[in-house]
Design a protein around this ligand. Structure first.
Ligand code: CA2
Length: 192
């Protein structure tokens, strides 16, 4: 038997199941729709956060330039921040260009956006911006240090051609600001 269904409105909020409900009437229905992102979280957006070569040394070597915060500290803080703004964070680091390219391709299939600190590859890699452009996702480029106050060769970024914006010189806080920008762009923030 085919039942006629009255008009319905759709409400979805990050972190909650979507609820499709009808207005009052003889044929009222309520359907709960569970939507999961790439990380299996209901209704939040997913962002892949990529870190390039040597960033695994953060907090361990050269604290005068890069500070004493470790990459694990940044990851923990960022995931907590993501929880507050409806973004599930998948945080990764590799010293290998090809691995970063593979991850960018994966992000293009399964994620909503990318944050990338490509480390030294920022100033040398063509493959990374190529992969970012092919992924077709919003990208925010992050650098801990102010690359424009450093050696001349760090002033140019190949990654920037594929990025909506770049945050540099603000240390670990830059990653959180990048996530805020994406939350705004992806519309994950709730009104209450
Ligand atoms: O400021 C940034 O975030 C950089 O992407 C960091 C890269 C550098 O090549 C870029 O020009 C700017 C270097 C990451 C190396 O990180 C280290 C951390 C601790 C000790 C040694 C290296």
């Amino acid at each position: 038997m085919v039942k006629r269904v009255p008009s319905f409105n759709l409400q979805m909020r990050p972190g909650a199941a979507g609820l499709v409900s009808s207005g009052a009437g003889a044929h009222d229905i309520a359907i709960v729709v569970f939507v999961r992102n790439a990380l299996g979280n209901p209704m939040s957006k997913s962002v892949m956060v990529l870190n390039g070569p040597n960033l695994n040394l953060l907090g361990i070597r050269e604290p005068d330039i890069y500070g004493s915060t470790t990459l694990a500290d940044i990851e923990a803080r960022l995931k907590e921040h993501g929880d507050h703004i409806g973004i599930a964070v998948d945080f990764r680091q590799s010293n290998t260009e090809g691995v970063l390219v593979d991850w960018i391709q994966e992000a293009g299939r399964d994620f909503d956006a990318i944050v990338i600190n490509a480390g030294g590859y920022t100033h040398t890699s063509v493959a990374i911006p190529d992969a970012l452009l092919a992924a077709g996702l919003p990208v925010i480029e992050v650098h801990l240090s102010n690359i424009f106050q450093r050696d001349e060769f760090r002033h140019h970024s190949y990654v920037s051609i594929a990025a909506r914006g770049m945050i540099c010189g603000l240390g670990a806080k830059g990653y959180e600001l990048a996530l805020d920008a994406l939350a705004d762009y992806l519309g994950t923030m709730t009104e209450d």
